[in-house]
Ligand binder design. Structure first.
Ligand code: FAD
Length: 391
């Protein structure tokens, strides 16, 4: 059974919080709230919605400064399996409130409203730098040091992209994101990155903008219409796809790579390239304010992570051949092996394909408490899927 919550898509601010629907695409929340001079924490894609995003944790450009998306939850309204509609907060049904902040979507009930603390961040600085793939050996560890030590104003992603058929030497590494301070502070910070890398980027652009515009640029939506910057199918012009074939292996990482580890990570990225396959090494900064909470304060346990790093394989064809699918799985499995020595767990919102010990990887010591919450609020296991709590 599929419950379509895409039309529960409100974004309504009040004095200190915002009420947002589970099906509100990030781009709509940002656009609506910018007219009311406020904002909320969103992910790095315009189509991601609170329903899954907040339920699983919620990492964004704002995480180092404002914490996990779910850390900002004040209350939620949930339809339980038995039809009851409950309000949950620190004082009302507190175990459900605890579980909703990192326990993962599709487990405890259908959230029909999230109330989150608002972000009063009127402006931000978008930036994007491009580096030669030849510099990845120094750019990767420099990016790790930079994002672990910079001001919490910095939000950043590093991606190395190997498009199908393009030789490594012609590909690029991107470091981009949003800085929540001033243009001058970002400029100084980007100089520090170049200094740590011992190399200059091939290009470097930045712009201080109203917050929603900075995020739209980070989403890559500044060159298309706002209507197009939506999930395909949600309006006639919407052009952002979720439909391609993808395999991935993501892990949280808390300690930096030494030179040999970087070599292993890069060797894994480029090894045995397969026709039709596009590969990405995707690294997002976490840490900062998100790590000021204890591992059990909410269901999101990964409070020592500095980064979430992953190997992603895609094909343009949503239904590739069995051999192509197997090649993608083999490669992402190798990625998981490369990340294993550094892994402190996996992220339920980046559901890595092969993960036999997903209970431990996603939830660690919080899993037994999640099972108790599941039993209390969904006694007959109505909401279930292969990796649901209690499966
Ligand atoms: C392109 C892309 C970029 C992403 N970038 C980020 C990122 O920067 N940071 C990050 O943290 N994550 C990111 N994600 C992962 C994202 O957080 C998860 O995919 C999340 O589950 C999406 O939630 P959704 O509601 O949009 O999706 P859906 O596919 O609708 O839902 C995902 C899961 O949540 C459950 N769910 C949905 N709505 C509800 C509800 N109302 N009540 C209870 N359960 C519900 C569903 O049952 C399902 O299990 C990205 C995903 C994509 C596709």
């Amino acid at each position: 059974m599929v419950l379509d919550v895409s039309r529960i898509n409100h974004a309504v601010p009040n004095s200190r919080t915002v009420h947002v629907g589970p099906g509100t695409q990030s781009i709509d929340a940002l656009t609506t709230l910018s007219k009311q001079q406020t904002q909320l924490l969103t992910g790095t894609c315009p189509t991601v919605c609170p329903g899954g995003y907040y339920s699983g944790g919620g990492i964004g450009m704002q995480t180092r400064k404002y914490g996990m998306g779910s850390d900002r939850l004040v209350s939620a309204t949930v339809v339980l399996a038995d039809g009851r509609i409950v309000s949950t907060s620190r004082t009302q049904e507190p175990e459900l409130f605890w579980a909703l902040r990192g326990g993962g979507g599709g487990n405890f009930g259908v959230v029909v409203d999230f109330e989150v603390r608002r972000i009063d961040q009127p402006r931000a600085v978008y930036y994007n730098t491009q580096w030669s793939f030849a510099d990845i050996q120094t750019v990767l560890p420099a990016w790790q040091e930079w994002t672990a030590t910079a001001s919490v104003d910095l939000g950043s992603t590093m991606v190395a992209v190997l498009p199908d058929g393009l030789p490594e030497e012609n590909t690029l590494v991107f470091v981009y994101g949003v800085h929540h301070g001033t243009q001058a502070a970002l400029d100084t910070s980007l100089d520090q990155l170049a200094s740590l890398a011992g190399a200059a980027p091939l290009s470097r652009v930045s712009a201080e903008l109203p917050y929603a515009e900075a995020m739209q640029k980070m989403y890559g939506c500044d060159q298309i219409s706002m209507e197009a910057c939506h999930r395909v199918g949600t309006n006639p012009e919407a052009s952002v796809h979720r439909g391609t074939f993808q395999r991935d292996a993501f892990r949280f990482v808390s300690r930096p790579f030494a030179a040999a580890d970087v070599s292993r990570a890069v060797d894994t990225l480029v090894a045995d390239r397969h026709p039709g396959q596009t590969r990405v090494l995707n690294c997002m900064s976490v840490g900062g304010v998100a790590n000021e909470r204890s591992r059990s304060e909410t269901a999101f346990v990964h409070r020592d992570a500095q980064w979430v790093m992953g190997y992603v394989a895609t094909y343009a064809d949503a239904n590739p051949s069995a051999a192509d699918a197997a090649a993608a799985t083999t490669w992402t499995d190798a990625g998981a092996v490369a990340l294993e020595p550094f892994s402190t767990g996996a992220y339920v919102n980046f559901p890595s394909y092969d993960l036999p010990d997903w209970r431990e990887q996603y939830y660690a010591e919080n899993y037994p408490r999640l099972v108790r919450a599941k039993t209390a609020f969904d006694r007959y296991n109505f909401f279930r899927h292969p990796r649901s709590i209690g499966a």
